[in-house]
Design a protein around this ligand. Structure first.
Ligand code: SAH
Length: 244
């Protein structure tokens, strides 16, 4: 049986999906870490949703929490595929719209500036591999694809914007590359599913726009993920020996 493991930063992003699939929480699985585990079975596939959990009374977001969660999920659950589902910023200039759902076709960091030779630069940017079936899935489900770039901040600073533009970044988040880093070390394939909460070049304050659109973007994520899980289960595309 395929085991699909979602890694999702915020409870609000995951809740519509957890409810739809009537998933049960498995308490204490990752103790003493704050990560939360929900499990269920859909169309013959085992489904896990792992949330980063909370600290300081708020949902953990960002690269540090995302990478240790990914490591614990891989070690504790041995999934066949990881799906990082979450919200992101995008660009009006690319024709992006609020609550539009994308599948990632590349992933890198946009805020790790390490001067040096090509190898150090390559390490800083990441550019990790994604699941080889991502494009087929996006095409089958009619989802747009885009390059995800990850950093540790919600706002967009000019220095980050320059790197994003230089590398053709389209979707800006705070977790994808950190999870991709762990997946690249372990060989577990990764699929990125991102829903737009804010337009980085839209002129509005990112935080306000993010809060206003979080619910709509999370419901769009649920709808896309329903199709994605059914597609993955039906097509039985994943198998541990054909990772990339
Ligand atoms: N302060 C927010 C916390 C969320 S941080 C709150 O009050 O709820 C933003 C989260 O959404 C991160 O998990 C990140 O991956 C994603 N995100 C959405 N829009 C983003 C953007 N423009 N830039 C970076 N991350 C973004």
């Amino acid at each position: 049986m395929n085991h699909i493991c979602y890694i999702i930063a915020m409870q609000a992003e995951a809740q519509p999906f957890i409810q739809e699939f009537q998933m049960e929480e498995v308490t204490g699985f990752f103790s003493p870490y704050p990560f939360r585990l929900y499990q269920g079975e859909v169309d013959g596939s085992r489904l896990s949703v792992v949330l980063l959990g909370q600290q300081h009374g708020t949902d953990l977001v960002g690269c540090e929490a995302a990478s240790i969660t990914a490591m614990a999920a891989i070690q504790g659950l041995a999934p066949d595929l990881i799906v990082n589902s979450g919200t992101c910023g995008a660009f009006k200039a690319d024709g992006a719209a609020i609550a539009e759902v994308y599948v990632g076709n590349a992933v890198m960091f946009h805020d790790r500036r390490v001067p040096g030779d090509d190898e150090w630069g390559t390490q800083a940017l990441g550019n990790y591999p994604l699941w080889s079936g991502s494009a087929k899935l996006a095409e089958a489900l009619g989802l747009r694809m885009g390059k995800v770039t990850t950093g540790s901040s919600l706002d967009l600073q000019p220095v980050d914007e320059e790197i994003i533009r230089q590398h053709g970044g389209q979707l800006k988040d705070m977790e994808a590359a950190a999870i991709a880093f762990v997946c690249s070390l372990t060989g577990v394939p990764l699929l990125l599913v991102k829903s737009v909460t804010d337009l980085c070049d839209g002129g509005e304050k990112t935080y306000d726009e993010f809060r206003r659109n979080l619910s709509a973007a999370s419901h769009a994520l649920r709808d896309a993920n329903l199709s994605i899980v059914r597609y993955l289960s039906r097509s039985k595309l994943i198998c541990r020996t054909s990772r990339s």
